[in-house]
Design a protein around this ligand. Structure first.
Ligand code: ATP
Length: 523
C-alpha cells in the first residue's frame, strides 16, 4: 500500500513537472500547439521564436559533430516524397505497424506494447525508490552498485521487468498478438482513463500517411509521406559514393521531417505526427558490424554527455525485439519528466535496405573494395535521433525552480549555453543619459558573432528574471559607470555572479563560454 502511495506521489510530481515544462514552453515562446486558434491539431506542434533558435542550434551541434568533424561523413538533403516502391522495398508497407488496443469503456486507443512497457517503467520507479531509501539509510557508506546487485526486492523487480519485456519481444516478433493481449490481462493493466480492464483484441496498424501525386484522379499516383529519413540516404548511396569518391567505411547523414500516424500521441513533442530526425547511415564492410555498432553506441553517448545534462539521466536499452532490418539495436534512453524513454536509436541494419532496393529496382547497389578486390553490398550501422525529442530532453532538464537566499524563488532555464537561443541580453540600466545608445552599439557589435537581444523594459531585476526564464546565459548591463570607464556588468545566469568587464573584452569572454568547439571538445 505504501508502495502504491509513493508511486502515486512520484507520478503526480512527474506530471506536475511535465505540465510546467509545457506551459513554460508556451509562455516563453518556445513551442505552440499547431493551429491553436482552431483548437489545435493533435500531436502537431509549431516552434516559436525562441524554440526555432534552440532547435536550429541542436541541429547545428549534431551536424558539426556528425558531419563536419568527420572526413568520411557527408550530408545530403533528400526530398520528403519518394517513389512509392521505396516503401515496399524497405518493408514499411508490410511491416511498419504498431500493435493497437482499445479500451471498450473509455474508447481510448493505446499502443499495446507501450502499455506493457509503462508497466515495467513502474517497476523501475520502485527500484529507484528502494535505492533512494537505502542511500538515505546508509549515508556515505552507500554503494549503489552493490545494493542493486544484491538487494532481494530490487532483484525481484528487475527480474520481473526483464521477464515481461522478453515475453513481449517474443510475442511481437512472432506476431502473436493474442499473447500480447494475454500479457496485458495477466498484468492486470487498466485503462488510465476509465480504470477498466475491458480491452479489445490487439490489432496491427500501419503508421504511414498516404497522399496523392498528380492532377487527375485516375492517373494520380499513391505516395507516402516518408516515415523516416533513412531511405533517402539508401537510394542515394551509389550517387554519393561515386560523386564523393567515398571509401568504405563512410557515412551519409541527413536531417529532415518524417511523418507517422502515431496511435498514442499524448506526450507533447515527445511523440508527434510530424517530427524531425537526424540520422546517419555508416556503410561498412560485412562482418565488421559488431565493431562499428559498439563504436557508434559509445560515440553517440559521448555526444550526449558533452552537453552536461548529467550522466545519470542516460542509459542504454538493448533490444530484445529487433526490427525486420536489424541484427542488433540499442536505444539511448533519457530520463524525461515521465520516466526513462527512448531518445536515440543505434541500429545495425545489415545489408537489408540496399539489398532490398537492388531487388526492387534491378540495379546493383554495390561497392568495389580495392583492398579486397571484389564488390559487395555494404552493411550499415545507423544512428537515429529525434530532434524534437532532443529538444524536449534539453528543455525539460533545463527548467528549474531555485530557492534564493532572500526567501524568494526564481524560474531558470539552464540550457547548455552553446544551445541557448540568445547568448546574451544587453540591458541599459535606464532609458536615458545615453545608456540605450551604448547598449545598442554593443548589440550591433556582438550580433556578428552570436544571437543577442536588447531589452530595456522594466526594472533591471525583472529583466534578469525574464532572461533567466528564457535561458539567456549572460546579461550585460550598461550603467552610468559605463559612461566613465567603458566597462559593463556581466551577469551569469546559473551562478548569478556579476563582474565588471571592459566592453572590448565582452566578445572574447562570452565566446569562451558558448563556443561549439569548447563544448564538443568535452566529447
Ligand atoms: P518509439 O519506440 O518511441 O516509437 P521508434 O523506435 O519507432 O520510437 P525510430 O524509428 O528508431 O523510433 O526513430 C528514431 C528516432 O526518431 C527515435 O529515437 C525518436 O527520437 C525519434 N522519433 C520516432 N518517432 C517519433 C515521433 N513520433 N515523434 C518524435 N520523435 C520521434
Amino acid at each position: 500500500m505504501f508502495g502504491a502511495v509513493f508511486y502515486f506521489c512520484i507520478m503526480a510530481n512527474q506530471n506536475d513537472q511535465f505540465k510546467k515544462v509545457i506551459s513554460h514552453a508556451k509562455e516563453y515562446g518556445y513551442v505552440f500547439q499547431s493551429s491553436e486558434i482552431y483548437d489545435g491539431l493533435s500531436a502537431v506542434y509549431d516552434y516559436a521564436q525562441n524554440g526555432v533558435e534552440l532547435k536550429n542550434n541542436i541541429r547545428d551541434y549534431w551536424w558539426k559533430a556528425m558531419v563536419q568533424m568527420h572526413d568520411n561523413i557527408v550530408g545530403i538533403d533528400a526530398a520528403i516524397f519518394m517513389h512509392p516502391q521505396t516503401w515496399k522495398a524497405s518493408g514499411h508497407v508490410d511491416a511498419f505497424n504498431d500493435p493497437l488496443i482499445d479500451n471498450k469503456d473509455s474508447k481510448k486507443r493505446y499502443r499495446a506494447d507501450v502499455l506493457v512497457e509503462d508497466y515495467v517503467g513502474k517497476l523501475d520507479a520502485k527500484i529507484e525508490k528502494e535505492v533512494k531509501k537505502a542511500a538515505k539509510r546508509f549515508g556515505d557508506a552507500f554503494d549503489k552498485e552493490e545494493f542493486v546487485s544484491t538487494n532481494p526486492r530490487v532483484l525481484g523487480y528487475k527480474e520481473k521487468g526483464e521477464t515481461i519485456l522478453k515475453r513481449l519481444g517474443k510475442s511481437l516478433e512472432n506476431e502473436d498478438l493474442a499473447d500480447v493481449k494475454a500479457l496485458i490481462e495477466e498484468l492486470e493493466i487498466a485503462c488510465p482513463v476509465s480504470g477498466s480492464r475491458n480491452w479489445t483484441d490487439v490489432k496491427q496498424f500501419n503508421l504511414m500517411f498516404g497522399t496523392k501525386l498528380g492532377a487527375s484522379a485516375d492517373s494520380a499516383m499513391d505516395l507516402y509521406l516518408r516515415p523516416e529519413t533513412a531511405q533517402g540516404i539508401f537510394v542515394n548511396f551509389l550517387n554519393v559514393q561515386k560523386t564523393g569518391r567515398m571509401k568504405i567505411p563512410f557515412g551519409i547523414a541527413q536531417t529532415g521531417k518524417a511523418f507517422r500516424n502515431e496511435i498514442v500521441a499524448r506526450q507533447f513533442i515527445f511523440r508527434m505526427r510530424e517530427f524531425e530526425q537526424m540520422e546517419m547511415q555508416y556503410f561498412i564492410k560485412p562482418g565488421t558490424q559488431k565493431k562499428w555498432y559498439e563504436f557508434w553506441k559509445e560515440a553517440r553517448l559521448k555526444w550526449h554527455l558533452s552537453l552536461g545534462l548529467g550522466e545519470d539521466n542516460y542509459r542504454f536499452h538493448d533490444h530484445e525485439k529487433l526490427a525486420h532490418y536489424a541484427d542488433a539495436a540499442s536505444d539511448i534512453e533519457f530520463r524525461f519528466p515521465f520516466g526513462f524513454k527512448e531518445l536515440e536509436g543505434i541500429h545495425s541494419r545489415t545489408d537489408f535496405d540496399l539489398s532490398q532496393h537492388e531487388k526492387h529496382t534491378g540495379k546493383k547497389l554495390q561497392y568495389f573494395d580495392p583492398e579486397e578486390n571484389k564488390s559487395y553490398v555494404p552493411y550499415v550501422v545507423e544512428t537515429s535521433i529525434g530532434l524534437d525529442r532532443m529538444f524536449l530532453a534539453i528543455f525539460s532538464n533545463a527548467l528549474q525552480e531555485e530557492e534564493l537566499d532572500n526567501d524568494t524563488t526564481r524560474v531558470v532555464l539552464k540550457l547548455p549555453s552553446v544551445l541557448a537561443p540568445f547568448k546574451a541580453a544587453v540591458l541599459p540600466l535606464v532609458k536615458k543619459d545615453g545608456l540605450p545608445e551604448i547598449a545598442h552599439k554593443i548589440v550591433e557589435d556582438l550580433k556578428w558573432e552570436f544571437n543577442v537581444m536588447y531589452d530595456e523594459k522594466d526594472a533591471v531585476g525583472r529583466r534578469y528574471r525574464r532572461q533567466d526564464a528564457i535561458g539567456t546565459p549572460f546579461c550585460i548591463t550598461v550603467d552610468h559607470d559605463t559612461l566613465d570607464n567603458e566597462t559593463v556588468t556581466l551577469r551569469e545566469r546559473d551562478t548569478m555572479k556579476q563582474q565588471r568587464v571592459n566592453i572590448s573584452d565582452l566578445m572574447a569572454s562570452i565566446k569562451n563560454e558558448v563556443d561549439m568547439k569548447s563544448w564538443l571538445k568535452r566529447m
